[in-house]
Design a protein around this ligand. Sequence first.
Ligand SMILES: *Cc1c(COP(=O)(O)O)cnc(C)c1O
Length: 369
Amino acid sequence: MSQNKVATLIRASIREQAAYHVPPADGFIKLDAMENPYRLPPEWVERWLAVLRELELNRYPDAGAGDLRTALKGFLGVPANMELMLGNGSDELIQLLCQAVIDSPLCLNRKPIVLSTDPGFVMYRFLAQACGLEYMGVPLKESGFALDTNAVLEAIDWYKPALVFLAYPNNPTGNLFKEIDMEKVIAAAPGLVVVDEAYQPFAESSFMDRLGSFDNLLVMRTVSKLGLAGIRLGALAGPAAWLRELDKLRLPYNINVLTQATARLACEYPQVFAEQAKRIRDERQRLYAEMEILEGIRPFPSRANFILFKTPAGRATAIFEFLKAKGVLVKNLSTAGGLLRDCLRVTVGASAENDVFLSILKESLLSQA
Ligand SMILES: *Cc1c(COP(=O)(O)O)cnc(C)c1O
């Protein structure tokens, strides 16, 4: 196939975009993707297998996933007067939101703008640009990665973003923005503000109860970080008037039969997930304390299931490679520069995994890797 032919069809901004890279992880202690390290209890698995046995895989799934949505509204604590829409992971919901504002009347004669923070979750930029929208990341403050409210409000005033994404807590920094700062942004935004609560089980703080207090607020959740990353299920909660329109862009069978059945059963065991989240929060506290006493390492406080940490100047990539060579996979963020200079991010794993990580991290500091 000639590159010329591809170039005449596929626009430059896609050809120049690097593909989303997921590193191979076979055999590694996997602390790079914020997965929950725990499996589900045998009793749950037995019931699950019985459910699977009865499924009719020859049939399309329930297109609106009505039963699952009802169960999830309870599980996630969605206010009774709010609606819920499901996606194939919250990534799909981010994509739908971007699609919904292409050619928005709010943005006559210019590309609609998607605004978030820098550092922020990479999929906001990736999916906005894939939809032909403009992306803007407003730098966080250096101190505590706080929202630079004045800068965000100025950008809102100037650029009138169609969509604002605020990850609460933020990925990859792990902190919760101040509620008062978030409220100022939501009140000022001319378009939708999506509070992305992917890490809610570890943050124990939420904007879900605020739905309805602002007519442009939506709250997004996912079961991925909670322990079900494999089934791909995200949820968007908010007023029916918004979700009714967004739902028209959703592919009719986006939540498959296996995912619907599995998630419905999961909703019957909220205490299992609550206990696992508690274990992860406890481990996070221990891991943080152990990292804090390491010479040269500076962990940042986290309300998520990962810890961002600074390594000695110029050593992040070498330490990342040292960990990898010894079988521990973390995320190297140092190449992004800016506030992430010298930074790596480790997911809170099971206790034994965290111990291995800590001991290899110590070794790498001593070895001058
Ligand atoms: C991991 C993550 C998501 C993606 O969740 P999926 O439901 O697995 O697509 C969304 N937002 C943030 C901030 C995340 O860190």
